[in-house]
Design a binder for this molecule. Structure first.
Ligand SMILES: [Zn+2]
Length: 431
């Protein structure tokens, strides 16, 4: 056989090995209880078969291949990998207070500090995140790609690339003197008209982002910004949603202010982030449009704690006053009204790896434990447009599974202590 065709057949065999599941290692998980958020069911003594990175079968009576690797979680509750729909993993070390301190570091320092954020997020049970903006544009793209290529460990990341914001607005780097020229990546996606918004969406689509983040109202953690004030106009938000649709991208909107929330819903965003001051009309609109609310219920505790420790600027604490309590009451109203809810923590406001603490808050303010888990699994996957891949434990889905000791439907805070984590068929934690 000529040398060339020998190489060709060797190559063909390798391809066969890679694509044919009969050659790949099969793993079997024995689940004491299996929680299925897509239908709210819990089944006892289930088996989950995994080949490569995919789930191939789920059931009580499955034949286990002789050479399968068995993972015994028969004393645990197994559920799908959790999804946090509002994180900022690529902003570097946690707890540096004023965002302006970002200017003390290079972009590469910041993104390398973020390696820990990605690892502890995955190890705490969150196998997927929707990362919704970064101080230094495209650091999140770099972090996502490093995880996907296996250079570092972290959750599956869907990233925004930058904040699309008005100049001086919620997503801008503010607080410097007017004559200071910021590096390009600190104001990459500032836009001040519908056409500028479209231009930024086009740039970000070209940069390979997975979704678009716009800031519809002022923010708590930004100098010179008022969370109760509208920022983008309805016309600008509509431009974002329309332009993003040309690239198959969904848009999420940060909004605390009443009108900022309603404008975002009317413009057709897929989710409103924070939704702090949503009123009855906003709740009715969200129901009518099928818009998700992604309300970060527990990070207020961290803002106040950092405030007491003198680690946060006083104007941020002033912005935050009363908003936390109002958000919790409005969360309760929205849950009661049957608005679609997703799980998002604003990770980075509290330390990375602590997002599981939000489950108890969601239950305290009106959700059942199953609803809170659905918000972080099946509903979150729907919000991301990825229900065919993640958010449930079913044949053909990515093998993203976690386990806790005990019954999270009795005590949802068990999700703060995830004992087993598998992402894409690889075990990252087992204790
Ligand atoms: Zn945020």
């Amino acid at each position: 056989m000529p040398r060339q065709s020998r190489c060709f057949f060797a190559f063909l065999f390798l391809i066969l090995l890679l694509v044919n599941p009969i050659f790949a290692q099969t793993t079997v998980i024995k689940a004491g209880k299996l929680l299925q958020p897509q239908d709210g069911s819990v089944a006892k003594d289930q088996l989950v078969l995994i080949t490569g990175n995919k789930i191939t079968a789920v059931g009580a009576q499955l034949s286990i291949p002789a050479d399968a690797k068995v993972i015994d979680l028969s004393n645990m509750t197994v559920l799908p990998g959790l999804i946090d729909c509002h994180t900022h993993l690529a902003d570097g070390k946690f707890g540096e207070g004023d965002p302006i301190f970002q200017l003390r570091k290079s972009a590469s320092q910041t993104v390398l500090e973020s390696v820990r954020n990605a690892r502890v997020t995955l190890e705490s049970g969150f196998t997927t995140v929707r990362d919704v903006g970064v101080y230094r544009a495209l650091n999140d793209v770099a972090l996502r790609d490093a995880i996907n290529r296996g250079y570092i460990i972290g959750p599956r990341m869907y990233v925004a690339g930058a904040y699309i914001t008005i100049t001086g607005g919620a997503g801008a780097m503010t607080g410097t003197a007017p004559d200071i020229q910021l590096p390009w990546d600190f104001h990459y996606a500032e836009a001040n008209s519908p056409w500028e918004v479209r231009q930024k969406v086009r740039l970000l689509a070209h940069d390979g982002v997975d979704h678009i983040k716009v800031l519809s109202s002022g923010a708590v953690l930004t100098h010179g910004s008022n969370p109760k004030a509208q920022e983008f106009t309805l016309e600008e938000l509509q431009a974002a949603v329309d332009e993003a649709s040309h690239f198959g991208l969904r848009v999420e909107a940060h909004a605390h202010a009443v009108e900022g929330i309603k404008n975002a819903i009317r413009a057709g965003v897929v989710s409103v982030e924070h939704a702090t001051l949503i009123d009855d009309e906003g709740i009715a609109l969200a129901r009518q449009h099928g818009t998700y609310l992604d309300m970060d219920l527990y990070d207020e505790e961290c803002i106040q704690e950092q405030g007491r420790a003198g680690k946060l600027p006083l104007d941020f604490l002033e912005h935050d006053r009363e908003l936390g309590e109002l958000q919790k009451q409005n969360f309760r109203k929205a849950v009661k009204a049957g608005v679609k809810m997703a799980f998002g923590t604003d990770a980075g406001v509290c330390d990375y790896g602590t997002a599981g603490k939000q489950f108890a808050f969601m239950v305290k303010y009106g959700m059942s434990p199953m609803q809170a888990i659905q918000a972080a699994t099946s509903s979150a996957a729907d919000l991301l447009g990825r229900s065919d891949e993640i958010g449930s434990i079913q044949k053909g889905k990515c093998a993203d599974l976690i386990a806790v000791q005990g019954d999270p439907l009795q005590d949802v805070s068990l999700l703060e202590n995830v004992r087993f984590v598998m992402k894409d068929g690889v075990v990252y934690k087992q204790k």
